[in-house]
Design a binder for this molecule. Structure first.
Ligand code: SF4
Length: 243
């Protein structure tokens, strides 16, 4: 390069490791750590030294938190689009936005294998029972994102043919505004859902939708007998839709 050539100059540098653990800077530091580890194994480490050693190396958590962290970072959305918003949803899967970075690259064509339903577009009255059935067929734990003005509130379609907000017939965990929301907005909503899953995942509020488990019982299947309360809620939901 200095002589005007066309070569590429590469300078190799060690990256600084961003870690809470202090990295050994010299062979002597590394040796000191080895000796401390040996002392710990022998049971020779005591008092403040032992506390410092444990604090540096042990992370405590609960099984629930670990499970929720794993769930939040391995979401399987359903392959499902409703209207124009779906085009933006598809962009989030493509390389430019790449939802795979957040652990949700595998869209599933079967609700039995999906745990996230993205309502990407307006919901017609005719489509609502179908969507509810797909949602009911998904196994717990499951979540739903309402993407765009139409699925959240009917949007510009204030008429008899479009449901004025999907939360009238199924529980929605996150609403993403916009017409259509850009892929960044959907990803932001997705991040909010991940926060929700990691933080307070209790789905207790969904009980008013009777949105637990699958729908076998409602069709008289052998899975279980519904309680009177559950049956009443289910009938009410179907009544709202006129199904
Ligand atoms: S919110 Fe806008 S882009 Fe999305 S389905 Fe409705 S009209 Fe289409």
């Amino acid at each position: 390069m200095a002589q005007g050539g066309t070569g590429l100059e590469i300078e190799r540098q060690k990256l600084r490791v961003h870690s809470s653990l202090e990295q050994p800077k010299t062979p002597a530091d590394l040796r000191a750590r080895q000796l401390r580890a040996r002392d710990l194994l022998r049971g020779d480490l005591e008092g403040a030294d032992l506390d410092a050693y444990v604090e540096e190396r042990v992370v405590t958590s609960t099984l629930e938190k670990v499970l929720n962290t794993a769930r939040a970072n391995s979401i399987f959305p359903a392959t499902f689009g409703l209207a124009c918003c779906a085009i933006e949803m598809m962009s989030t899967v493509a390389p430019r936005y790449d939802i795979a970075r957040f652990g949700a690259e595998a869209f599933r064509a079967s609700p039995r294998q999906a745990d996230l339903l993205i309502l990407s577009g307006r919901v017609s009255i005719k489509m609502a029972p179908v969507i509810r059935r797909i949602y009911d067929q998904m196994l717990e734990p499951k979540w739903a994102i309402s993407m765009g003005a139409c699925s959240s509130s009917g949007g510009m379609f204030s008429n008899y043919a479009v449901v004025q907000g999907a939360d009238k017939f199924m529980p929605i965990d996150v609403h993403v505004p916009g017409c259509p929301p850009r892929p960044e907005a959907l990803l932001y909503g997705f991040n909010m859902l991940q926060e929700k899953i990691r933080g307070n995942p209790t789905p207790g509020w969904r009980s008013r939708y009777n949105a637990h488990g699958t729908e076998e019982w409602a069709r008289g299947g052998p899975a279980s007998k519904p309680s009177g309360e559950a049956l009443e809620a289910y009938e009410k939901a179907r009544g709202v839709l006129g199904a």
